[in-house]
Design a protein around this ligand. Structure first.
Ligand SMILES: [Zn+2]
Length: 373
């Protein structure tokens, strides 16, 4: 006779299952609690990684009270996070680079205040700041770095220039940014990329093989000679300017435009034969250092008189060229900046917007460049 087997759990198994259930509920509850905490932080802008670390470092309430803070977010994402620097992270303005947290830690170690650290981070790349943080605390931070365009990596050059040239901080920053603390032609920056705002001068040269794009041949009726070339956009702007000048009775002609590196070599050789080396060193640019190689500059002549500075065209172009995107490049007042003696005849295309700003603020291209680019 078959007997029906009734499976009966032993009481201790039941108990175990019950305990497991309780544990599961607790785990689930903890998980839900954890997700809610993380989501509270994510909701105000913290990343998953930062929020997780904030939670496990028991900083949630403090962080929530501070609200969204990019530097804190980065600090909590970083393995470099230091508990003792929490307050500084929350006060230092964020800059977007991979070294920001280690840089902040190092600058705190050097004794800089939060405001000073914000200032330092603002004036250089992460790499520059990393180098800067290796040195002892510097003396003139506010003096130089309250100037927008001062760069952290030039600190020593600013100090040296200020001492030697007895210039004020602002002038020192401006001139050092332009490499004017170096001798002319010494250790120049090589300019490789074409742009309408490119700066070529005695500290910034173009190489032998540099030929600007979009050179076009200037029409005979616009120039004093055949075969001259200019950047297409600059030439179109010149033609518009010429037309506008003609309407008012002035006659502009291009006297010289693009000059290749080889052209510059020939010019230097010719002047050397004619006037000797003292003259050439003083008045003739070394090959590669002439803005004419950019294709954006031209010398202008008046159709009515030989000396352009005496012409009515000169008076007209000085106050009108900016409307067409040109600047009066080598003004008398800019000699210290440009390193070039006054040239009434030389104009340079930079585009209308910048030409207008340069005209209205009465800046050399060097100053505009140091401040903005
Ligand atoms: Zn010129």
């Amino acid at each position: 006779m078959a007997t029906k087997k009734i499976i009966k759990f032993k009481p201790n198994i039941m108990k175990k299952l019950k305990n497991m259930g309780i544990i599961l509920v607790i785990i689930l509850g903890c998980f839900i609690y954890y997700r809610i905490q993380i989501n509270d932080l994510k909701k105000i802008g913290y990343s998953e990684k930062a929020a997780t670390n904030i939670f496990f470092k028991w900083k949630k309430e403090e962080v929530l009270a501070l609200g969204k803070n990019k530097t804190l977010n980065k600090a909590f994402e970083s393995p470099e996070y230091k508990e003792k620097n929490f307050d500084s992270y929350s006060k230092i303005k964020y800059t977007d680079d991979k070294y920001v947290i280690s840089n902040i830690n190092n600058l705190i170690k050097r004794g800089y205040t939060n405001e000073e650290i914000t200032m330092i981070l603002n004036h250089g790349s992460g790499e520059d700041v990393r180098e800067f943080a290796k040195r002892k605390k510097v003396r003139y931070l506010e003096e130089f770095y309250s100037i927008d365009y001062a760069r952290i990596k030039y600190y020593d050059r600013y100090v040296k220039y200020m001492d030697e040239a007895r210039e004020d901080e602002e002038t020192s920053v401006l001139l050092v940014n332009l490499d004017m603390d170096k001798n002319e032609y010494e250790d120049p920056i090589i300019i490789k990329n074409f742009s309408y705002t490119m700066l070529v001068n005695k500290h910034r040269k173009l190489e032998k093989n540099y030929i600007p794009k979009n050179l076009v041949t200037i029409n005979e009726e616009d120039a004093t000679d055949k075969g001259m070339k200019l950047n297409r956009t600059a030439y179109i702007a010149f033609k518009q300017m010429k037309k506008a000048a003609e309407k008012e009775g002035y006659h502009l002609l291009i006297n010289s435009a693009y000059r290749s590196y080889q052209d510059q070599e020939e010019i230097a050789a010719t002047y050397l034969d004619l006037y000797g080396s003292a003259y050439v060193d003083k008045y003739v640019l070394k090959p590669g250092f002439s803005e004419h190689q950019t294709g954006l500059s031209f010398d202008v002549a008046s159709a009515d008189t030989n000396i352009f500075a005496n012409s009515d065209e000169y008076k007209w172009i000085v106050d009108n060229c900016y409307k067409f995107g040109f600047i009066y490049r080598f003004k008398k007042e800019y000699e210290n900046m440009t390193g070039i003696r006054h040239e009434a005849w030389h104009y340079r295309y930079v585009g209308k917007k910048i030409a207008k700003e340069i005209y209205e603020k009465d800046l050399s291209l060097e100053e505009y460049y140091a401040m903005n680019l």
